[in-house]
Every structure is written in C-alpha cells, then in structure tokens.
Design a binder for this molecule. Structure first.
Ligand code: 3PG
Length: 209
C-alpha cells in the first residue's frame, strides 16, 4: 500500500481496536476479517500492542494492518517493524508527517481545526482523520470544512456508532469512518468472536454517499 487513500477501497469503516491481552489479538483480527472488515487499526495504547501487531501480521494474512495512536517517530518505526502497513495519528505535527514519509509508512494524520488541516496539506497529506469527530463539531464541522478544503477527504473518528455512521458517510468529503464499536470490551472479555464478526458484517454493509 502506497497511500492511505487506498484504504477507502476496502470498505466504509476502520475499526479502532484496543487490545489488552495478547491472546485476543489474532481472534479479534480474524473475527473482523471474517465479517468483511480487512483494514484494522490496532492502537498503541496497551503494553502488548506491538506484540499484538506482530501476531496479527503473522497469522491473519487477510488483514490490512495499521497502527493507531502513533504519537512519535519512534512509535511509527516500531509499528512498521511490527508489520503495520499504515499509521494513524491522533493529531498532526510536521515531524511525524515527514518521518512517516521517510520510513515509507503511509500516514492518516489526525486533525480537528483548519490550521491543522492546512499544516497537513502543506506537508502533502490530503486524506485526514477528523478527531475527535463528534466532540470536535461532528457533521456541521465537516460540512464547514468542506468549504475551504475542497480537496480534502476525511475519516471521522471519535464517538461514532453504527447508528450515526451513515450520516457521516453520506457527506461528500467523508469516504470512511472509524470507531471502536466493532470490538466492544464485553464481547472481547467473553471471547464472543461471533458477535465481533456480526458487528463487522453490519459495518461493512453501511452505505456510502
Ligand atoms: C479513538 O481514537 O479512540 C477513536 O476515535 C475511537 O473512538 P470511539 O471509541 O469513540 O469510537
């Protein structure tokens, strides 16, 4: 994969996944892939995250594996070493944008304001995460950003659910959205992989505008 915009072709939703136990990594990833969701964002929020990425990269060939919560150049390099083919950052700095380009790791950078969008654009990034989407203005904000930023495509993430995703996906400047609702903590605790597959099927069937 050369460009994060390629991710759009796989489906309308990118699951944001927090994995606390290494043993859950492969079953979670396989359950999502079985439900038709192949692009997976595993967040760097737990001590086992990098090991989870390695395990998924090895055992779930259908997954297009990315690292979320990439906050530093070291995070980006570690994610790439663990087998990730893209990175997602919660915010944007030129340092992270340039570093990801240098190591050949496509980046979906987080933005929430016009200034952040402009900085990412100046560094060559036009497919951007809008985070935290609901809290930062939601659909009215995305509509407002469409005015000046006619060449920017967003992946809103944060506070989105199966019920609200269609409203985001209907916007012309949104091609995909992210969320953690596909991997509920109670389903993971119960090892209810069938439920995660079902949630993935519902997410992959969501219409886009
Ligand atoms: C995150 O980075 O935590 C994502 O935005 C997920 O947010 P959500 O849990 O509200 O879906």
């Amino acid at each position: 994969m050369n460009n994060t915009l390629d991710l759009v072709a796989y489906g309308p939703v990118i699951p944001v996944i927090v994995i606390d136990r290494l043993e859950d990594a492969v079953p979670i990833a396989q359950a999502l892939v079985d439900g038709g969701v192949r692009v997976l964002e595993v967040t760097l929020r737990t001590p086992v995250a990098l090991h989870c990425m390695e395990a998924i990269a090895r055992a779930v060939p259908g997954a297009v594996l990315g690292a979320g919560t990439v906050r530093s150049v070291a995070d980006a390099q570690a994610a790439k070493n663990a087998g990730c083919v893209f990175a997602v950052s919660p915010g944007y700095t030129s340092q992270i944008g340039n570093a990801c380009r240098e190591i050949g790791l496509p980046l979906l950078p987080g933005t929430a304001t016009g200034s952040e969008v402009m900085q990412a654009n100046a560094d060559g990034y036009h497919f951007l995460k809008f985070f935290p989407a609901t809290q930062a203005g939601g659909i009215p904000m995305l509509k407002a950003l469409a005015g000046p930023f006619t060449d920017v495509v967003f992946c809103p993430t944060g506070g989105i659910t199966l019920a609200t995703a269609p409203q985001f996906l209907a916007l012309p400047n949104v091609k995909v959205c992210g969320g953690s609702w596909l991997t509920p903590a109670d389903a993971v605790a119960a090892k209810d992989w069938a439920r995660i597959t079902q949630l993935a099927k519902e997410a992959s069937a969501l219409p886009r505008g």
